[in-house]
Design a protein around this ligand. Structure first.
Ligand SMILES: NC(=O)c1ccc[n+]([C@@H]2O[C@H](COP(=O)([O-])OP(=O)(O)OC[C@H]3O[C@@H](n4cnc5c(N)ncnc54)[C@H](OP(=O)(O)O)[C@@H]3O)[C@@H](O)[C@H]2O)c1
Length: 232
């Protein structure tokens, strides 16, 4: 049976490209989007180019939405092999952490940190039942402690915390065939990255695809960019 993959925030940008590439590898891909109509439109766009994916609704902030998706995946496939936590927001470009209002901070954490954590808590137990799982937390070098700088503090802190989530979960499943890794796609041309970004979505998706197809002796609990390990 083909591997089953779920990609969050997949109606555009890096997530959409990850769906395309995973489907071309022969996986059954669930293209999850918070707006069901946008998800259907993105899936139709891929289908027009001969790539079949399954659109499903998912707002990573909404526990009822996650529970519905979990039930749908269980009844339809019975398992999940690959989870790509890609959905994110960056509400505070150019704003100093000193000035960020609490609601902006909470909103950023809710989507970028608690969202992936909720999905991991929902799907890693299912992966452990089947002793196979590849979890990719799409993070950012803006969350890297080693190169931490000012500005976009809500985004930076939420991604640093996401990296900590990766490290803790990887330790908790160590010794199983479930691997949990963080990665950065680099600066890529999407709505978030803007038109001047140096990389394409294909380049941004590459390390996700590599981590999603890791062999059983591949790494877990790491932070990667361009298939190379980064310092936390
Ligand atoms: N682009 C870059 O240069 C860059 C650099 C480093 C890291 N990253 C990371 O790469 C990932 C993809 O970024 P991108 O550039 O492709 O961003 P993007 O074009 O802004 O796309 C973000 C996606 O996340 C979705 N999303 C936002 N909140 C959501 C929620 N609550 N539930 C479900 N989906 C939600 C959006 O859905 P809607 O369409 O409904 O808004 C959209 O599909 C993110 O994790 C980002 O932090 C990007």
């Amino acid at each position: 049976m083909n591997r089953i993959a779920l990609v969050t925030g997949a109606n555009r940008g890096v997530g959409l490209e990850v769906c395309r590439q995973l489907a071309l590898l022969g996986m059954e891909v669930i293209l999850a989007s918070r707006d069901a109509e946008k998800g259907r439109a993105a899936a139709a766009q891929l289908a027009a180019n001969g790539v079949r994916v399954e659109p499903m609704q998912l707002d990573v902030r909404d526990e009822a939405s996650i529970a519905r998706l979990h039930a749908d995946i269980l009844s339809r496939y019975g398992r999940l092999d690959v989870l790509v936590n890609n959905a994110a927001v960056m509400p505070d470009s150019g704003i100093r952490l000193l000035d960020i209002p609490p609601d902006m901070m909470r909103g950023s954490w809710d989507t970028n940190t608690f969202g992936p954590l909720r999905l991991c808590q929902t799907f890693i137990p299912l992966m452990l039942q089947h002793n196979y799982g590849r979890v990719i937390n799409v993070s950012s070098q803006k969350g890297q402690m080693e190169s931490m700088a000012g500005g976009s503090g809500a985004y930076r802190v939420s991604k640093a915390a996401l990296n900590a989530v990766t490290a803790v979960l990887a330790a908790e499943v160590q010794g199983t065939n479930v691997k949990v890794n963080s990665m950065s796609p680099g600066w890529v041309r999407t709505d978030m990255g803007g038109p001047n970004a140096t990389g394409s979505v294909e380049e941004g998706a590459d390390t996700v695809i590599w981590l999603a197809t890791l062999p059983d002796d591949g790494p877990s609990g790491g932070f990667f960019k361009k298939r190379q390990r980064l310092a936390w």
